[in-house]
Design a protein around this ligand. Structure first.
Ligand code: FAD
Ligand code: NAP
Length: 578
């Protein structure tokens, strides 16, 4: 992206090697308990977003503190330690691109990296770039209040510490607020309850146990084959079946790895020219423009290759219901052929949404698992869970006696982690209040009324519809460029204008409207959370379009943002530079 650091092409290959830009950095002070620690930037979250943000903040010569609820880095990959947890973007792509040295020296052992390997990578990055010294672990941010008198954010944590910073960057993650459903009696269950999103860090043995699992989204689809292999009997409580494509994971082919490593910069650039920021074979014709035989061959070829780029076979699979049905029908037939019991097969066949409209899953022997004698599929769509008792689950007229229960019930996505923090902006406005009818942001990066508060991969950005590391890098670089610009101007504050925000949210809405995404009851829409307004949250326009808009905004001197200088100007709206 263009901006303060120049375009990606002209950057030194390792941005870490850039000249430090020493600005008017406030000195980080260790203070008495009653006084907050001051720094230039406070970053919440030490996943891939927070880690890279810290790195670039340091490149600007600013002091920064990262506050992280976990005891280690890695975010998603720190928390989601359930058996089978794995990335479904190829490992050669699901990694940082900002450091040529890093991408050359790190070796991925499989086509799709497992959770332990991604966590090891996150730790390696933290060490390589000396990040740990500025991260406060075991520290959950409870409250963040904008102080209008001096344009500073004051953050309070669950360990009683406070931090004061000019810029506050929320790198709290799109899928970091695990959702526990309110099922009557859940708290009376006397066995262990595990959530995939907060899996214990000690080894969990379920061998010889009767285990129940609720949820058949991406997490459920990954964990179920692993649980079936351990449990005496596994009961899968399914409300909605999902489309899943075989991942066909395998050991990393050295030649493949080498082909990436010798062409990394060119391939990363090409990946960023793709809608999902993932380099893959993108079909450019309509599924309806080819003969049924050609289509079948193409779907068979992609099915054999494995992976979620199956839905990239044709240009209109997510825009045209008839085109979509050709792919959905193909996958349904594949499922039917795998499952031995035709009644079970019909229950596993997704019929209520277009393929790809919910996040498509990638699996390893998921459907095959239902042929095992120790696995029972419980259809809770027709026989809803009545209650959970100390001994197990009552669904319809059946009772399933269980020793342990696994919740693969997902997340309060995109807004959940933010809404758990009391974020108070100008004139006492809270973010929760402002987003009551759905999140409003400009570019997913800032929300009006909350000056100097940036969000990485916020609602209104492409984030979860992409290789999220690409989305993170692009957002973090944009934020760093923006802060550098503000430093040059000696500006005290930046805030999205309400009109830019309204226009952007309309663009986000319109982009989604032209697709089939809105035809599924998905977490993209927030409908998995009772009471959450149904608003399609991510921007569907794709990485290149979004990046172009972000670059244009920056190049125009941050059109759509008010930039204030000096601090006192905050009180006088006329003094704000539009
Ligand atoms: P996170 O990794 O979620 O990190 C956010 C951090 O903020 C967490 O460590 C959290 O503890 C911390 N935090 C939140 N609130 C607070 C608070 N109040 N105080 C202090 N700390 C706080 N994306 C892909 O592109 N491809 C994939 O294959 C893929 N697989 C996934 C698999 C799973 C199981 C899940 C859950 C997500 C997956 N994702 C995938 C999305 C994944 O979340 C992103 O790829 C990426 O890891 C997000 O990084 P992040 O730093 O933005 O957020
Ligand atoms: P999810 O996709 O939201 O799936 C949650 C599952 O729990 C759904 O099957 C849902 O059923 C069910 N559920 C929720 N509440 C329930 C209730 N009260 N009663 C019965 N069933 C209930 O969550 P997820 O599987 O954790 O995945 C979330 C996202 O994380 C993914 O979409 C993906 O982006 C990411 N992820 C990626 C991978 C990967 O392969 N790389 C792995 C895991 C997660 P309904 O559908 O009927 O609501």
């Amino acid at each position: 992206m263009a901006g303060f650091f120049g375009s990606l092409d002209t950057l030194p290959s390792d941005k870490f090697a850039r000249k430090r830009l020493v600005q008017h950095s406030e000195v980080l002070k260790g203070r008495a308990d009653d006084e907050p620690t001051s720094c230039d930037v406070v970053i919440v979250g030490a996943g891939f977003a927070g880690m890279y943000m810290l790195h670039l903040t340091r490149c600007l010569g600013l002091s920064a503190v990262v506050l992280e609820a976990a005891y280690g880095v890695g975010g998603t990959w720190f928390w989601n330690r359930y058996p089978g947890a794995r990335c479904d973007v190829e490992s050669m792509q699901y990694s940082y691109s900002f450091s040529e040295e890093l991408q050359q020296e790190w070796h991925w052992s499989e086509r799709y990296a497992s959770q332990p390997e991604i966590l090891a990578y996150a730790n390696y990055v933290a060490k390589k770039f000396d990040l740990l010294r500025d991260i406060k672990f075991n520290t959950r941010v409870l409250r963040a209040v904008f102080q209008e008198e001096d344009c500073r954010w004051l953050l309070s944590t669950d360990v009683g510490t406070r931090y004061r910073a000019k810029w506050c960057i929320m790198a709290t993650g799109c899928l970091s607020a695990a959702q526990t459903p309110k099922i009557p009696g859940l708290d009376t269950f006397k066995g262990q309850i595990y959530h995939t999103g907060t899996w214990p860090h000690e080894p969990v043995s379920l061998s010889g146990q009767n285990v129940g699992v609720i949820g058949t989204g991406s997490s459920g689809i990954q964990v179920i084959p692993e649980l079936a292999a351990q449990a005496n009997h596994l009961y899968v409580f399914q409300r909605t079946p999902n489309f899943s494509i075989p991942a066909r994971n395998k050991r990393m082919d050295p030649e493949y790895e080498n082909s990436w490593k010798t062409n990394y910069s060119e391939r990363r650039k090409r990946a960023r020219s793709m809608p999902a920021g993932i380099l893959c074979e993108l079909g450019d014709t309509s599924a309806l423009a080819v003969s049924p035989e050609q289509r079948l061959n193409e779907y068979e070829r992609r099915w054999a290759a494995g992976g979620t780029s199956f839905t990239a076979a044709y240009s209109d699979l997510l825009r045209n219901a008839e085109a979509n049905e050709t792919a959905a029908g193909f996958v349904r037939e594949k499922i039917r052929r795998v499952i031995e019991d035709p009644d079970v097969a019909e229950l596993l066949v997704p019929i209520d949404h277009p393929i790809g409209a919910k996040r498509i899953c990638a699996d390893t022997k998921y459907f095959e698992t239902f042929n095992r004698e120790n696995v029972t599929l419980v259809d809770i769509r027709s026989n809803p869970i009545r209650e959970i008792s100390p001994e197990g689950i009552a669904a319809g007229s059946n009772f399933h006696k269980l020793d342990s229960l696994v919740l693969a019930t997902g997340f309060d996505a995109m807004t959940g982690a933010l809404s758990k923090i009391d974020i108070v902006g100008r004139e006492g406005l809270t973010l929760r209040e402002k987003w009551r009818d759905g999140p409003n942001t400009f570019l997913g990066l800032m929300s009006s009324g909350f000056p100097n508060l940036f969000i990485v991969t916020g609602p209104g950005s492409p984030s979860v519809l992409t290789n999220v590391i690409v989305a993170i890098e692009d957002n973090v670089e944009w934020i760093a460029d923006c802060i550098a610009h503000l430093l040059e101007l000696h500006a005290d504050y930046i805030e999205a204008t309400t009109s830019a925000e309204e226009t952007w949210m309309e663009q986000v809405r319109q982009a989604a409207e032209g697709t089939l995404y809105t035809q599924a009851k998905s977490w993209y829409l927030g409908v998995n959370i009772p009471g959450k307004p149904a608003v399609f949250m991510p921007y569907v326009g794709g990485v290149p379009a979004y990046q172009k808009i972000c670059e244009e905004v920056a190049a125009s001197g941050y059109k759509g943002f008010s930039i204030g200088t000096p601090a006192k100007a905050l009180h006088s709206r006329q003094a704000l530079l539009a």
